[in-house]
Design a protein around this ligand. Structure first.
Ligand code: SF4
Length: 446
């Protein structure tokens, strides 16, 4: 059972009555996180609390909450201790049916006769169908979408739009990291998987899933792309940033349109990044030299507790193996890698499972990235997935201001996983996603 925030706040207010708002907030936050992680009553956390000075109290709690990071941290400013405000009504509740059944389909007038709008009408005859002038105007007056509550209902609403500007963007990566030169083809926005760590929970400001009806127009801009200097000698383009690349592919058919258009762009390598197993449109086409299908992988216990509504690890790897059997190239993202007791064995098992089933020559790359998220997302995760265990680990503010494991732990994790990959394949290209230069240098110089 989760500790009661109300009871923690009133305990702190009564025991530390003289501390003031900010100090009591920090003490309450630390008590909550320790009691949650250790499954103990919050009032047993501080020994002899009455009359304790704030700094002594905070130091005792920080050492207990961050037993490794506290000594590594040097300064204490890297601990993020926001106000506790978890609203139980925002918790994600899964219904018996997790299938995609939109209730409302909103179509921008300019694309009302598009093939995509017609297809959605046929596929979801029970959904209400409304014409709107534009999503932007509609959201301003009718359905604002920037709250956890509206995010929780995003699967109910579909927006079919004409995209006029936002076709392709360089991946913003993260400040101070080594970039992999990725470009994002902005096809679709939103996802109905429920990954507890997904950045869309913070980023998405539309209470539904957006599907552009004019993907061909996006690809006309592909010839403007130039290879970034660095890791890859070609232009990297992919669609898995603001949505899962294949989750909705049986409805949209985007993969066919993209693969067809990219035939004329051998200088671009396109990646469909997914956790889904919706590979019908991929395997039913001849393989493209510059088309790669990639899966994000995690141990099954992490998938079960954090990647809700997604296919299992085995299903993902079976889908990858099926693509390879049909002649397609694949890649994998071990991202986000989670730290917990037993992580090394579990990630090694994934590596062995992959290389036992898939010819290493078909694997174009494996990227590695440890769990990271913004401060804002921490509070969203607490509200949507209050029982999560991933926030119990020692995560501190990292080089880019995001919550991360300490540098030394990340280096240990990457180095361990890299050496397990090298045991199975000396040649598979491995890179780190959104990592600091110093971490790169340390991992790859060993
Ligand atoms: S599959 Fe990707 S886009 Fe979808 S919820 Fe998970 S992390 Fe987010």
């Amino acid at each position: 059972m989760l500790p009661s925030i109300k009871r923690i706040n009133s305990y702190v207010d009564s025991v530390f009555a003289g501390f003031g708002t900010n100090k009591t907030r920090e003490i309450a936050r630390l008590l909550y996180e320790i009691a949650k992680r250790d499954h103990i009553p919050f009032h047993s956390v501080i020994s002899n609390p009455h009359g304790k000075d704030f700094y002594a109290c905070k130091e005792e709690l920080l050492k207990r909450r961050y037993p490794s990071a506290y000594s590594l941290a040097g300064g204490k400013s890297c601990f993020y201790l926001p106000k506790l405000d978890v609203d139980p009504s925002l918790k994600v509740r899964f219904s018996n049916s997790s299938s995609f059944r939109p209730k409302h389909i909103f179509v921008e007038r300019s694309v009302r006769n598009s093939p995509l709008a017609r297809r959605f009408k046929e596929l979801f005859p029970y959904a209400s169908f409304s014409e709107i002038e534009s999503v932007k105007k509609f959201l301003q007056c009718e359905l604002p979408g920037n709250s956890i509550r509206s995010y929780n209902k995003r699967g109910e609403n579909i927006f079919i739009t004409r995209e006029n500007y936002d076709f392709i963007k360089p991946c913003p990566c993260t400040h101070g990291a080594v970039s992999c030169g990725y470009n994002v083809l902005n096809i679709g926005f939103g996802c109905t998987h429920e990954c507890s760590y997904c950045f869309l929970q913070e980023y998405q400001n539309v209470p539904g899933i957006i599907f552009p009806a004019n993907p061909e127009d996006f690809l006309k801009h592909a010839n403007l792309l130039k290879p970034a200097r660095g890791m890859f000698p070609y232009v990297r383009l992919g669609s898995g940033e603001f949505t899962d690349s294949l989750l909705f592919d049986s409805y949209t058919g985007y993969s066919k349109i993209i693969s067809e258009a990219l035939k004329h762009h051998p200088e671009i390598v396109f990646e469909f990044k997914t956790k889904s197993v919706a590979i019908e449109n991929i395997v039913n086409r001849p393989p493209g030299k510059n088309i790669i299908v990639s899966w994000s992988l995690n141990p099954q216990n992490i998938i079960r507790e954090n990647e809700w509504l997604t296919p299992s690890l085995r299903e993902r790897i079976s889908a990858a193996a099926a693509c390879v059997r049909h002649g397609h190239k694949v890649a994998f993202h071990m991202d986000p890698i989670m730290y917990y007791q037993g992580w090394r064995k579990d990630y090694r098992e994934i590596i062995n499972y992959v290389f036992d089933r898939i010819d290493s020559r078909a694997i174009q790359w494996i990227s590695l990235g440890t769990l990271r998220f913004s401060r804002v997302l921490k509070k969203i995760m607490e509200n949507r997935f209050p029982e999560n265990k991933i926030l119990d680990e020692e995560m501190i503010l990292g080089f880019d201001g995001k919550m991360r494991y300490p540098d030394s732990l990340r280096i240990t994790m990457y180095s361990g996983i890299l050496s397990d990959i090298r045991e199975r394949s000396k040649k598979t290209f491995v890179y780190l996603c959104m990592e600091a230069r110093a971490v790169h240098a340390s991992v790859f110089s060993r």
